[in-house]
Design a protein around this ligand. Structure first.
Ligand SMILES: [Zn+2]
Ligand SMILES: [Zn+2]
Length: 341
């Protein structure tokens, strides 16, 4: 779904330009040319977006099978081809085996948790929240016909509103939201380190002339998969670490970027009220607090994340960090007031 966002934004931009073109040029030749060109582009982009959405809706299990298949193939090549060719020293072997096992287990654990943990939807919210939201003129989803708390977004693939939605991930066949975002970040980080490690050890094995006797094709495929995964997941990891440290989701980043530009044109500075500072933001995402938070966020955790995904702590000017109850969530008017400081 993340890849659809730029397409949707482009369609929105084209629509605005087309309206502007229509009002400026009227029925002139250049106005008509612009309208037909924009219409053709619209149709093509819409077709691409629809195909991508349909593949995510119906092809989810296939994406998951491919994901598991690639991970298991690289693990097989490491265990049966790369590992036996490593330094015969016992300590070195134990170190490589331990590192490989930790990375493999964490990749599989976080992948499974991300697939099977529901991200949290507005259907879970109690009647009290909907009543309070209606009174405070909270956002409303016309598809779900329910109140939509701040940071919740409607997913057209899952056909529901997801709390603190980041994006819909085809590789997980699931939305990434409040309850499973920490598993997603850990998955991409462990996958980045794991694929980098697998690529380096496979390269050393390939460079060794004696290892040619091993199944060469499997080793070359493993090297190619892990190298490409390392680069692509590396970029994705950097992006999500930045988002987590600044308390934004992929969807909200696009909205915040637009708001900041608009506010800047008015000579004011825009602040994200959910940004509590890098450390507090990181602790909030991973639900880790206390003395050892800096190591605990890396540890696999089955326990459900605390909170409802509705009321996020906010930093409000002189009041500092404020934790609100679900029924006290800021409505659009109050939020806009605090964002323009
Ligand atoms: Zn909805
Ligand atoms: Zn979804």
């Amino acid at each position: 779904m993340a890849c659809l966002l730029p397409l949707r934004s482009r369609l929105f931009w084209l629509e605005r330009k087309r309206s502007a073109g229509s009002s400026i040029h009227g029925n002139t030749g250049s106005g008509k040319r612009w309208l037909s060109l924009a219409s053709m582009t619209d149709q093509m982009l819409l077709a691409v977006a629809n195909v991508a959405e349909a593949s995510m809706k119906y092809g989810g299990p296939v994406y998951i099978a491919i994901g598991f298949g690639l991970i298991l193939m690289v693990a097989y090549a490491y265990l049966y081809i790369v590992f036996p060719s490593l330094n015969p020293d016992l300590f070195s072997r134990a170190l490589h085996f331990g590192l490989g096992a930790v990375l493999f287990c964490n990749i599989l654990f976080n992948y499974c948790m991300c697939i099977f943990t529901k991200p949290g939807t507005t259907a879970l919210l109690n009647e009290g929240y909907h009543l309070a939201a209606g009174r405070d003129s909270c956002r409303f989803c016309k598809h779900c016909r329910r109140a939509k708390p701040p940071l919740a977004h409607h997913c057209s693939v899952c056909n529901t509103c997801v709390l603190r939605m980041d994006h819909h991930c085809p590789w997980m066949n699931n939305c990434i939201g409040f309850f499973n975002y920490r598993y997603f970040i850990l998955f991409v980080l462990y996958l980045f380190v794991g694929s980098g490690y697998a690529a380096i050890t496979a390269w050393r094995c390939l460079a060794d002339a004696h290892s040619i006797v091993h199944p060469f094709l499997v080793l070359v495929s493993s090297f190619a998969i892990s190298t490409s995964a390392c680069f692509s997941v590396g970029l994705l990891s950097c992006w999500h670490v930045y988002l987590a440290l600044t308390a934004q989701s992929t969807i909200d980043f696009l909205k915040n970027w637009g708001s900041a530009r608009e506010v800047k044109q008015q000579g004011k500075t825009w602040h994200n009220p959910y940004n509590l500072g890098p450390v507090a933001n990181w602790q909030e995402v991973f639900d880790v607090h206390g003395r050892f938070w800096w190591i605990l966020w890396l540890v696999p955790k089955l326990q459900m994340k605390k909170g409802t995904g509705v009321a996020s702590p906010v930093k409000l000017g002189s009041q500092g960090i404020v934790q609100l109850h679900d029924e006290q969530t800021l409505n659009a008017r109050e939020l806009a007031m605090h964002q323009m400081l």
